[in-house]
Design a protein around this ligand. Structure first.
Ligand SMILES: *Cc1c(COP(=O)(O)O)cnc(C)c1O
Length: 434
């Protein structure tokens, strides 16, 4: 499978190229250029197939000619010491828990695969440097996934005041390959600096720069794997329509779910579960998209006014707008409903959800009540309830334990350097560290 730009006026590139130089020259984003049919593989995978087994089966099929089954098994084993959990709640409802990774959010899955895959691609030689801007746990996830990966330096930019949950023994200053830098500025300054770094082609070329943010399709494509995983776990029990309900902010998960469908997963549709930040719903219903200022909600990782995957989804829609409108069902859930849904899930199934998962659950309930007959919905649980232990505990009236590895995420650390938001200052630090 090759990858093309959403703006489509450059010729398709290999996965290697799309991962290692993550932005096409025309300013678009990479998306799969064709669909590989994975249906033959669904026949012999079933509820006993482990996640690394599934990944080592479907990844080489998708990336034929670039990833052989032996390399794929190595990538899967080295990326995933955590797995998605599928829990069947009843005849109509299951939950796909994606918060068992090191930072308790689904983003660990894409980041872990990207890191292991990059190391595999660089086995024959060459070096790369990833740039990530973050205010939160994405930095911890990146630091953990990339630590010790041969040939790669992971630069993580934090705005003023942040930098948490990192292990200093992995830093470049201690002989490792993780380089956290504090930017004397805001998160927007960090993002602007990254943009400047990529736009300066000689600069990007000098360091083999690529991104570990979701603009890198090497983070997005592996998110399709856990949708396939849910399907093979359930396939024997499915008798009717099959849906996923996806708590959405930047719409990466929805985009990846649609890729899984394009690769042959039999699914009837996806609920795009949004909080009060629902401007994207208009677009999904076929109207024009106009971004709005985000408002604060209890599901804060979904407080996005202008989703970064808009361009990827738009290119998907452009191919078959009518089909897409029958595949994606937007729902918007306010904070009050979110907390009530969290309580109901706990009472009815003993299911603990964080506020993001609860938005997905509430949206799934709406689909269930409008007569689904023998259908089945999988709620995608994107975040660990332990990360919002106080709110979840107060809502369900019970203490929620926080496991030690999640407590560690809150610990502030001193980055390797603090610099002004300027490219020359960034270059001075990275040139001295690799
Ligand atoms: C990032 C995040 C989301 C939003 O996912 P998108 O792929 O951006 O739509 C939802 N829930 C949690 C817990 C998140 O961290």
């Amino acid at each position: 499978m090759l990858f093309k730009s959403t703006r489509s006026n450059v010729s398709p590139v290999s996965f290697r190229e799309a991962i290692l130089h993550c932005l096409p020259d025309d300013g678009g984003l990479y998306v799969p250029a064709s669909a590989v049919d994975l249906r033959q593989f669904f026949l012999y995978m079933d509820a006993d197939t482990s996640y690394p087994e599934l990944v080592s089966t479907v990844a080489p099929a998708l990336l034929e000619g670039e990833l052989n089954p032996i390399s794929a098994a190595r990538v899967a084993e080295s990326a995933f010491d955590f797995e998605p959990q599928l829990r069947r709640l009843d005849e109509h409802l299951s939950v796909l828990e994606l918060h068992n990774g090191p930072t308790g959010v689904f983003k660990d899955f894409g980041i872990a695969f990207l890191a292991a895959m990059m190391e595999e691609l660089l086995r024959g030689g060459g070096r790369a440097m990833t740039l990530t801007a973050t205010t939160g746990d994405t930095g911890s996830s990146v630091a953990r996934a990339f630590a010790g990966r041969a040939g790669i330096t992971a630069v993580i930019l934090y705005p003023r005041g942040e930098a948490r949950g990192l292990d200093p023994s992995t830093f470049t200053s201690a002989g490792g390959n993780i380089l956290p830098i504090r930017i004397d500025g805001s998160f927007d300054d960090c993002q602007r600096l990254i943009r400047e770094a990529f736009e300066d082609r000689p600069f990007a070329g000098r360091y083999g720069l690529t991104s570990a943010n979701t603009i890198n399709v090497g983070r997005l494509l592996p998110q399709a794997f856990y949708f396939l995983y849910a399907f093979i776990k359930l396939k024997r029990e499915l008798t009717g329509d099959f849906y996923f309900s996806i708590p959405s902010g930047n719409f990466g998960n929805l985009t990846a779910g649609l890729y899984a469908w394009k690769f042959g997963m039999p699914v009837n549709g996806f609920v795009a579960a949004m909080n009060a930040n629902n401007s994207f719903g208009d677009y999904l219903r076929g109207r024009k998209f106009s971004p709005r200022e985000p408002v604060d909600t209890v599901s804060s990782s979904m407080d996005v006014g202008n989703p970064s995957n808009f361009e990827r989804l738009a290119s998907f829609y452009a191919e078959a707008p009518a089909v897409m409108r029958n595949m994606v069902f937007p729902e918007s859930v306010d904070d009050g409903e979110t907390l009530q849904a969290m309580r109901r899930a706990w009472k009815k199934y003993g299911l603990l959800l964080d506020p993001h998962g609860a938005v997905g659950y509430a949206a799934a309930e709406r689909l269930l009540t409008c007569d689904l007959e023998d259908g089945h919905i999988v709620v995608v649980s994107t975040g660990s309830p332990a990360k919002k232990a106080e709110l979840v505990g107060k809502t369900i009236g019970r203490t929620v334990e926080i496991p030690p590895y999640l407590v560690g995420l809150r610990k502030a650390v001193e980055p390797v350097a603090t610099i002004a938001p300027r490219l020359d200052a960034l270059e001075a630090v990275i040139a001295g560290s690799c």
